[in-house]
Ligand binder design. Structure first.
Ligand code: SF4
Ligand code: SF4
Length: 149
């Protein structure tokens, strides 16, 4: 069957999409949501993340010296120069959390954070320009080479 007829067959067979969440939701999940709505159950908050998790990148703008070492190390091209001279910005939508820029930064301006819930409806929220002042952990120091120098 040609691709055209295959797609036509699928389109005519339907449904083109599945309404979500209720119509096609598994019964046990539907029951769980009703239980929450009626106060018979609670949805637990996020579980604590393990130490050393490589979560969303953290950028301490104050510590950044604009050396550009991180730019050349990022194979995902997630880092670019900011409008402000000597600073960078990071497109978290492109970042694959490899940690190479953290290793390259000799000023402890970059570290791996513990946030892993990065989904958003507004893509501009994924443009990281400053995470504020960051207390470096021992592990982050090791990453940036500050220890043992
Ligand atoms: S963690 Fe890796 S992919 Fe993300 S900005 Fe740094 S070098 Fe690029
Ligand atoms: S390597 Fe560090 S100091 Fe240099 S531009 Fe990147 S974040 Fe700033």
């Amino acid at each position: 069957m040609s691709t055209f007829f295959f797609l036509l067959h699928q389109a005519l067979r339907g449904p083109l999409t599945h309404p979500f969440p209720f119509i096609h939701m598994p019964d046990h999940l539907r029951e769980a949501l009703w239980a929450v709505k009626e106060g018979r159950a609670d949805i637990c908050g996020p579980l604590p993340t393990p130490d050393g998790l490589w979560g969303q990148l953290v950028y301490d703008r104050q510590k950044c010296r604009g050396c550009r070492a991180c730019l050349s190390r990022c194979g995902a091209e997630a880092i670019s120069e900011s409008d402000e001279k000597g600073k960078i910005e990071i497109d978290l939508a492109c970042c694959c959390l490899c940690g190479a820029c953290v290793e390259a930064c000799g000023h402890s301006a970059l570290s791996m954070g513990d946030s892993f819930l990065n989904a958003t409806a507004d893509r501009t929220e994924l443009l990281l320009t400053d995470s504020g002042s960051v207390q470096m952990t021992d592990e982050a120091d090791l990453w940036s080479g500050e220890k043992g120098r």
